[in-house]
Design a binder for this molecule. Structure first.
Ligand SMILES: N[C@@H](CCC(=O)N[C@@H](CS)C(=O)NCC(=O)O)C(=O)O
Length: 211
């Protein structure tokens, strides 16, 4: 059995979008849980087995997979018929794995530090900058609609998601790619699912919409 622990309008929303893209919604149970939110609302959910109480978390037959990039790689390979993963042996495999790991190891800290207004020469030397992230994406998207070429992959799903959340960066080639990714059936499904659950949650709890 496979279960996704999901909190509406959070980093697990992209996993919901992936499940739709993989046509795997019938194979994965969605457990909607609460999390502590930045605005002080919400709380850790005792039903969520994530060691830090975070989302997303995937439970695959009792094996827990945490971290979005790992969950995305696992699910995209579990449902290969959707063509969102790049298998070992494919010449694009190296680039694909690199994009997934770069998202977690560089993009997430860089964009978080930028949002918090934190700068330090050591951080810039290690991770580069939000501008460097954009330049790297723009270079990849200069001649093709998606990061790995003509076809949308799980790397696009993961890497466009911060811009879907925080807003497009104002670079035409990236803005157009983010718009393409946000217009996917998976993204639209996840947005509708979350809106419905957020509304139900606020009616049930009398709580702010995000919980
Ligand atoms: N790097 C992790 C980040 C997970 C994460 O921080 N999720 C947030 C929701 S957007 C969360 O669960 N926050 C609750 C908390 O920090 O306790 C991933 O991408 O999976």
């Amino acid at each position: 059995m496979i279960t996704l622990y999901h909190a509406p309008q959070s980093r697990s929303t992209r996993i919901l979008a992936l499940l739709h893209e993989l046509d795997a919604l019938d194979a994965v149970a969605i457990e909607v849980v609460t999390i502590p939110r930045m605005d002080g609302s919400g709380a850790r959910d005792p039903r969520n087995p994530h060691p830090e109480g975070k989302v997303p978390l995937l439970d695959h037959d009792g094996v827990l997979v945490r971290e979005s990039s790992a969950i995305i790689q696992h699910l995209a390979e579990l449902f290969p018929q959707a063509g969102l993963s790049v298998p070992a042996g494919d010449p694009r495999r190296g680039a694909y794995l690199g994009w997934l790991a770069w998202s977690a190891g560089v993009v997430e800290p860089v964009l978080t530090l930028q949002a918090l207004g934190i700068e330090h020469p050591g951080l810039a030397r290690t991770f580069r900058s939000a501008e460097a992230v954009q330049d790297r994406l723009a270079a990849a998207l200069e001649t093709t609609p998606y990061l790995l070429g003509e076809r949308y992959t799980a790397a696009d799903l993961l890497l466009h998601s911060p811009y879907a959340w925080f807003g497009k960066p104002g670079m035409p080639v990236i803005d157009a790619w983010v718009a393409r990714c946000m217009d996917r059936p998976g993204a639209r499904f996840a947005a509708t699912f979350d809106a419905r659950h957020a509304a139900q949650g606020s009616r049930r709890e009398g709580a702010p919409a995000l919980e």
